[in-house]
Design a protein around this ligand. Sequence first.
Ligand SMILES: NC(=O)c1ccc[n+]([C@@H]2O[C@H](COP(=O)([O-])OP(=O)(O)OC[C@H]3O[C@@H](n4cnc5c(N)ncnc54)[C@H](OP(=O)(O)O)[C@@H]3O)[C@@H](O)[C@H]2O)c1
Length: 518
Amino acid sequence: MPTVSPCAMVIFGASGDLAKLKLIPAMYELAIEGLLSENFALVGYARTEMSDDAFRKICSESIAKSARTAKKMGVDEQKLAWLLDRIFYQTGNYDNSADFDKLKERLAAFDVSHKTEGNRLFYLSTPPSAFEPISTCLGEQGLVERVQSGAVRHEGAWQRVIIEKPFGHDLKSALELNQLLTQSFHETQIYRIDHYLGKETVQNLMVMRFANSIFEPIWNYKYIDSVQITVAEAVSADDRAGYYDKSGALRDMVQNHIFQLMALVAMEPPAALDARSIRDEKVKVYKSVRQLRSSRVDEFVVRGQYDAGEVKGKPTPGYLKAKGVEPGSTTETFVALKLYIDSWRWSGTPFYIRTGKCMPAKVSEVIVRFRSPPQTLFQKQCDSPVYPNDLVIKVAPEEGISMHLNGKVPGGTMNIKSVEMNFNYATTFGKEAPEAYERLIFDAISGDQTLFIRGDEAEAAWEVIDVILEGWKQSTRKPELYAPGTWGPKKAMDLIERDGRRWAGLGSDGEPIIACSI
Ligand SMILES: NC(=O)c1ccc[n+]([C@@H]2O[C@H](COP(=O)([O-])OP(=O)(O)OC[C@H]3O[C@@H](n4cnc5c(N)ncnc54)[C@H](OP(=O)(O)O)[C@@H]3O)[C@@H](O)[C@H]2O)c1
């Protein structure tokens, strides 16, 4: 059992959805696992008026409804009571120094009553517009003392700040946000969260690559034909269309989650498994992405928007009809890209990326497609095609890895079939993977920044995205319409098929498409 540091945690925006759906349930799971110190206190902070008891009631309801183990086995009443004893609430504004003074006094009192030793974790779970006032107040009122280097200040107490995405909406705003944050905090105190990095399969990508000797020698352009990354959502944008309309698929999914997956697939082996070495390597990947020219963006990027239609027999109004969407909005609900990483390892290997809403299935996966054998020996003896080998890294909903190999169908004739060697997390380890937020909050309390985004990493990713956004601004083309329940517009198929390849994964009917060149 790792030693866990005493601390007081503050969740700003504690009245919001993220706190209820993810953060409080994650704290409960950490309590169940014994991954919180006895000397722990949590303060929910928001403008909504609430007493400590009212907030505790909301917490216990959200734990019963959303906590991973509670949903399966019921609530562990003893652990819940343990956690609720340590939960408090403070009503306050995000820009009011007097409110922050009150919070400071309260946290100081916890240092005595709960022995939290001056350690503080501040979680900014608010819309980005509140990041500026909160970080300014935390700095000015002395709740966070900006360290000069390293995460430990004079008497050993630490203060850390978790920032929720989005980290800006383009390069300029990301630079401004980083500048603002680093005025009040040192980079070693900033934990920019991308929950994809907290997923077990995503972390396992590094283990798969660097703890096995069979992959690394062939993990390059000589043996890998192409890489596909699909992050598809079956849901429409309806629930948060107002927010989504200002963002779109490129900003909402590609700049963060998908680029993280791409960086972990493409990066060089780090010198060590520490935050700095790993994040250095990821930055190098973004910097090696071949710069698109904004005037040629349409050749490499397809944007789509779902139209009115039917999904599984249910009529679905188009995106433009969703509440909060601007009339005539050109926000993309689907995007497909072809990128090249100009490095010695990946020279000429395309990375195909696609993500969208109203897709036929919810699925996140990376498909590493190996080159076909140099001689198609078997093709002469049988009708069935010889498929290229695919390594499929399944991120969601199933978590695991599968390798697609060619196998002989038993019998007197020579027939070949693509077969799967499967590793599934739940069946192999007999327990489901923890939720990403559990791991990430635990890491922040432990002072491990490895699975958080460094400032220059976010900026380097925005540099790639900015050119696309600029190209779209200059282009007169609108997003291509696609029918809900399909894999996006036809142009997304053309993007890959004109290279003699096709999207692997699931077909429109939800059945797997066997990986195959066309
Ligand atoms: N929900 C998710 O699943 C999810 C997933 C990934 C990332 N995120 C990010 O996590 C953050 C929090 O998400 P959320 O869904 O909890 O957001 P939210 O419900 O919109 O906001 C959280 C709380 O912030 C306060 N707030 C709302 N609008 C505000 C404004 N304009 N200025 C200041 N405070 C405001 C509200 O509390 P009071 O009015 O009581 O102060 C609200 O309850 C956001 O940055 C979001 O992008 C959310």
